[in-house]
Design a protein around this ligand. Structure first.
Ligand code: AR6
Length: 167
């Protein structure tokens, strides 16, 4: 079973095998955590993303981490939250599963996730956290030993801790 840890901090600082980027379908950068990851990784990250030709919502693609302390960046576009009735939960679950599958394929033992879709994309925090925690908890891992949920705010960290207590 995967060991789950919750921290508050900046995901770009983490020395793990892979960090996950809450990207958009272009994979060409943006604001939020995506902007922070591209800034910290340096311009080579954008050069590596261009030939990937984008990514569908709920899927994931991997690049090196370049100047980041993390070896890899796994880019996944989360769903834009409308009302929860447009497939958002299944798409968000698919983001976490796709990232974990890519991490496994690349022999990653430690993976850090931001709270995908909970910023600009407007996913309600508690619902998103339940999907994140349950999907990682239930994942049949082979190589992955530890997942870090890297929360940007103290409020988000508190929600993750509450949800984790119940699984
Ligand atoms: N480390 C960890 N978490 C962070 C960091 C950081 N350095 N910066 C922000 N967060 P968002 P989304 C948190 O908006 O909702 C981009 O423009 C933030 O507090 O980055 O999936 C993309 O290009 C929030 O909890 O991603 C897309 O267009 C979480 O990361 C769009 O935003 C996700 O917020 C994707 O929107």
């Amino acid at each position: 079973m995967i060991n789950i840890e919750v921290i508050q901090g900046d995901i770009t600082k983490l020395k793990v095998d892979a960090i996950v980027n809450a990207a958009n379908c272009s994979l060409l950068g943006g604001g939020g955590v995506d902007g922070a990851i591209h800034r910290a990784a340096g311009p080579e990250l954008l050069q590596a993303c261009i030939p990937l030709k984008g990514c569908e919502t709920g899927h994931a693609k991997i690049t090196p981490g370049f100047k980041l302390p993390a070896k890899f960046v796994i880019h996944t576009p989360g769903p834009v939250y409308r009302d929860g009735q447009h497939g958002e939960p299944a798409l968000l679950e698919s983001c976490y599963k796709s990232c974990l599958a890519l991490a496994e394929e690349n022999n990653c033992e430690t993976v850090a996730f931001p709270a995908i879709s909970t910023g600009v994309y407007g996913y309600p925090w508690k619902e998103a956290t339940e999907i994140a925690v349950n999907t990682v908890h239930d994942y049949p891992a082979r190589n992955i030993k530890k997942v870090i949920f890297c929360c940007f705010s103290a409020q988000m960290k508190k929600i993750y801790q509450e949800v984790l207590q119940r699984v």
